[in-house]
Design a binder for this molecule. Sequence first.
Ligand code: ADP
Length: 160
Amino acid sequence: MKKTAVFPGSFDPFTLGHESIVRRSLSIFDEIIIAVGSNTLKKSYYPLETRKKIILKVFKDEPRVKVDQYEGLTVDYCKRTGAGYILRGLRTAADFEFERAIAQVNKAMAPGLESVFMLTLPEHSHINSTIVRDIICNGGDASQFVPASINLKDYKGENV
Ligand code: ADP
């Protein structure tokens, strides 16, 4: 059976850390859906369409990576798409504690769904979308933290 994982997140913006988790996970899964969550309560810097456009560009040569958006619970999105796995990246002990609670709640709500965690590479453990966003908003150069194929100057943010 085809192994499909959903990699959910805000990806505001998509970083080198995210890219690495997806590329490394392609050796485990047949297909990965990068699902950009549209949370009406959480203000984003890059509009949803821009975030999707950036991710599509990063994986334009990788047909096993799909990009989508969703609202609501990740478990419901996984049920709708038929995905059996939720993929998440771990950087720190704080990430672990946060992810553990979410994964256990998800398991209670959807017992057939497995959460799979991939540990970040040491060189990516400091990369964080919030900090990258802060650099961009303050006119700094964040290019070393985002995928090489992306020139952030091509994309406009808003809602600051
Ligand atoms: P969320 O708002 O759901 O936390 P993010 O876009 O911040 O969304 O992150 C999506 C996923 O990517 C999360 O599992 C997060 O832990 C992981 N992640 C973020 N940055 C990195 C990184 N530098 N290395 C590995 N995983 C990361």
